[in-house]
Write a protein that binds this ligand. Structure first.
Ligand code: FEO
Ligand code: CA
Ligand code: CA
Ligand code: CA
Length: 628
């Protein structure tokens, strides 16, 4: 194996000197810190945020028009003055009038859940077609403590509980409409659809028909049953929705206690012991000792046509198999489709797919969609000097037998070429105004302490500069010649999250982190049509210790030209804020509130003594203006 170290001289324990170097580079490269030239890197490393006139800068040139909200631990949504929110849909809301309203006591049945909005909404996208608004939403997983709160075990105890759990996962497609300023789901719309763990899918790309995908349920290896644990999302210029399978492994278990999990499945975290989903209780597919290839049919990007309720979703194996976060699709100037994707696990990697053929906006959707079946897959290598390379994953570079092997065991391929182990790559978003891409590296307690599951070391350095990284950072890069298909890029850190009220070293965060905008664990990131970067967090909400004064999870807006970051929203207790999409006119921002009260301490959104429910909310400005 080649070296995995982006910064060979960085020892296990960080020193101010190493960080100074990084910070100095970050400062000198960042135009928005141009006013700070002359401030020493040590000052930067010591968290001297007051040395940077961010507030003055914000006043003079800010593109953000709202007043920042303060961190808090309230059990509601907090927005800046002049903004309002409402619930569009919550877990258990029926999509059809034949379904039943959410039952607070039982929390639903298998049948009611199949007819209702799933749990734990995450990535989403709004499609507007013939004046209809179609919202496609991932239902990542179920918050078992709440979802099965009618069971003392907080787990499925019978076949109907499993049916309900499987229907709580997957995707929801629903028409939404705005009447008198309020958004609501259109019950019985012909667009409404649930896709769950049992929905048939086609497998496309290099791994289609491969022996490793052949199972008792599909001996041809060309079909797959269902999708689950879809985290972030993507959307294509040809109008399809991409759902991204993340922690697919946690649903498999073995009825044979002595069954040895293969190294390949172990790399993806498949274990013999059930983690509480109990799906194998009534669906043998999830018994890995009986059907070891089943897990090979998960971990992909799934493409869905949200406007055709009869269409069969397609698993795109050409984009690799890993714990996908989202899929950011860009059309390069030369016409190739480029998809940037993170693998969210400690010490895993950042990927790029480049289509073999070119996008043609006049071609049929079917033809453009096929672009995701064939192309090259790359993995990122970051060098310490602010430059990086995309390493091709081919049989030649990886020593693996075929492209199908690479598309199924993508993590193993990436390890073989010595890619840079990252601090959990979450969402990737491309700046609409220039060839520049951002990725949230959420946190990594193992940085500098522990290798990844493939044994690759994780020394601090490069874009992952802090050992035991509790706070996370956002890295950005620009491809050479503004060409998204180029194999080289330059990079820097846009922000390092931290806590300046607790730390005075690198853990205080970068210069654009202050006591007024601090947060931990950036996760969902997305540019809006005006080029503002929105940042959502999935962090610790204890409000204590390292996280003192940071409050609940939140959403912030950033001006990437100046580095300014301002808090826009604070979520209710024990939630994650994840998933966003805008109405076409830019006047409604839809936001996902996932697992409020995951530890039992919320009644969002219904209040009183109600069961907390994950929800999609719509945010509008009271004067009817643009958000942000
Ligand atoms: Fe589902 Fe990586 O968050
Ligand atoms: Ca996430
Ligand atoms: Ca996360
Ligand atoms: Ca989550």
């Amino acid at each position: 194996m080649t070296d995995h170290n982006t910064n060979n001289q960085t020892a296990i324990h960080p020193s101010i000197t190493d960080f100074d170097r990084l910070a100095e580079k970050a400062i000198s490269r960042r135009g928005f810190l141009g006013t700070c030239v002359g401030v020493g890197a040590s000052a930067f490393a010591m968290g001297v945020t007051s040395a940077f006139p961010m507030s003055a800068l914000a006043k003079s040139s800010s593109r953000l028009s709202f007043n920042a909200v303060a961190a808090n631990t309230l059990d509601t949504i907090t927005l800046p003055q002049g903004y309002s929110w409402q619930v569009v849909a919550s877990w258990g809301d029926p999509l059809w009038s034949k379904g039943s309203e959410f039952d607070q006591a039982t929390r639903g049945t298998g049948q009611s859940q199949e007819l209702a909005f799933g749990d734990n909404n995450d990535g989403m996208a709004l499609f507007t077609h013939n004046n209809k608004h179609i919202l496609a939403v991932n239902n990542e997983y179920v918050n078992r403590k709440i979802f099965h709160g009618n069971r003392t075990s907080h787990a499925p105890e019978n076949a109907d509980d499993v049916r309900k759990s499987k229907a709580g996962h997957g995707l929801t497609v629903m028409e939404v409409t705005q009447t008198n300023g309020r958004w609501s789901m259109v019950k019985d719309s012909s667009y409404n659809r649930r896709i769950t763990v049992d929905s048939p899918m086609d497998i496309t790309g290099p791994a289609r028909g491969n022996d490793m995908l052949k199972t008792a349920a599909d001996p041809t290896g060309t079909r797959s049953k269902g999708t689950w644990n879809n985290c972030g999302n993507g959307r294509t210029p040809w109008g399809t929705y991409l759902a991204c399978e993340e922690n697919f492994n946690g649903y498999f278990s073995s009825s044979d206690e002595n069954y040895t999990i293969s190294n390949e499945l172990s790399r993806y975290g498949v274990k013999a012991k059930d983690r509480g989903y109990n799906w194998s209780l009534s669906d043998e597919r999830f018994d890995v000792s009986k059907h070891p290839n089943e897990a090979n049919r998960a971990g992909y990007i799934v493409e869905l046509d949200p406007l055709d309720p009869t269409s069969t979703p397609k698993k795109r194996t050409a984009l690799g198999r890993f714990k996908h976060e989202n899929a950011e699709v860009v059309i390069a100037d030369n016409g190739h489709v480029v998809v940037y994707m993170g693998d969210d696990e400690r010490g895993e990697f950042l990927y790029k797919f480049v289509s073999k053929n070119k996008y043609d906006k006049n071609a049929s959707n079917t033809k453009n969609s096929a672009l995701l079946e064939e192309g090259e897959l790359f993995v990122a290598k970051f060098y310490d000097q602010g430059v990086g390379k995309w390493l091709a994953l081919t049989p030649k570079t990886t020593g693996m037998g075929s492209q199908a092997d690479i598309c199924i065991h993508t993590r193993i391929a990436a390890s073989a070429v010595g890619a840079t182990t990252m601090d959990r790559p979450e969402w990737v978003s491309a700046n609409p105004n220039k060839a520049e891409i951002y990725c949230a590296l959420t946190n990594n307690k193992n940085r500098g302490k522990k290798p990844n599951a493939g044994g690759d070391t994780t020394p601090a350095g490069g874009p992952n500069p802090r050992d035991v990284n509790n706070y996370g950072q956002i890295v950005r890069w620009s491809p050479v010649n503004a060409d998204h298909t180029a194999s080289e890029f330059s990079w820097d850190l846009f922000v390092m999250a931290g806590n300046p009220t607790v730390h005075s070293d690198a853990y205080a965060g970068s210069a654009n982190i202050t006591v007024d905008n601090m947060f931990n664990s950036p996760d969902g990131i997305a540019f809006d049509q005006h080029g503002i970067l929105w940042i959502q967090t999935d962090g610790k909400y204890s409000n204590k210790g390292d996280y003192a004064n940071q409050g609940n999870n939140q959403m912030l807006a950033a001006d990437t030209n100046t580095g300014e970051i301002r808090r826009f929203l604070v979520g209710p207790k024990e939630c994650e804020v994840t998933g966003s999409t805008w109405s076409e006119d830019g006047k409604t921002l839809f936001v996902g509130i996932q697992h409020p009260g995951e530890k039992g301490n919320s009644h969002f959104p219904d209040g009183g003594n109600s069961v907390p429910r994950s929800s999609v909310i719509a945010i509008t400005k009271d004067d009817g203006g643009y958000i942000g």
